[in-house]
Design a binder for this molecule. Structure first.
Ligand SMILES: [Zn+2]
Ligand SMILES: [Zn+2]
Length: 149
């Protein structure tokens, strides 16, 4: 995955700086589609002098050269996705985690048969809302501790 990063940077004539590598690795390692502030908090541990503005600028650059695709989360913040293949999202309404899902059934939705009027379709991405496994476990645990108390 980091090979792809190096290759795309080279093609775009972008210098591969340690900061850029760390930012991209953060995105790869935590595949819950973080926002800029989450990345900032994590990268800051390794580069205490880095600014939020640098993070935004770097993410912008990554989007421009096709390394990332941005999208809006339910909470209205811009989130970043290292998966630039066509895929869909499972969104947890509790922790705002976004999980990738790919399936033929979602890829081949009968979009053309919808009443689209003069709307020209370029792409589609399905967002399925619900409660992730971790949050389900947590709510079961709190239920348990409430009954034992
Ligand atoms: Zn969750
Ligand atoms: Zn995704």
């Amino acid at each position: 995955m980091i090979d792809r990063f190096i290759q795309i940077c080279k093609e775009a004539n972008l210098n591969i700086t340690p900061q850029r590598i760390v930012i991209y690795k953060e995105l790869l390692n935590h595949h819950e589609h973080p926002d800029a502030e989450t990345i900032y908090r994590r990268v800051k541990e390794q580069f205490p002098t880095i600014s939020l503005a640098t993070i935004y600028k770097t993410l912008d650059t990554f989007v421009k050269i096709g390394l990332l695709s941005p999208f809006r989360s339910g909470a209205g913040t811009t989130r970043y996705d290292t998966n630039i293949e066509h895929h869909h999202h499972l969104v947890c309404i509790h922790c705002d985690k976004v999980i990738d899902i790919s399936h033929d059934a979602l890829a081949n939705l009968p979009i053309e048969s919808l009443p689209l009027e003069d709307f020209q379709v370029i792409n589609h991405q399905v967002e399925i809302k619900g409660v992730c496994g971790d949050c389900q476990k947590k709510s079961k645990q709190t239920m348990k501790s409430q009954t034992t108390n």
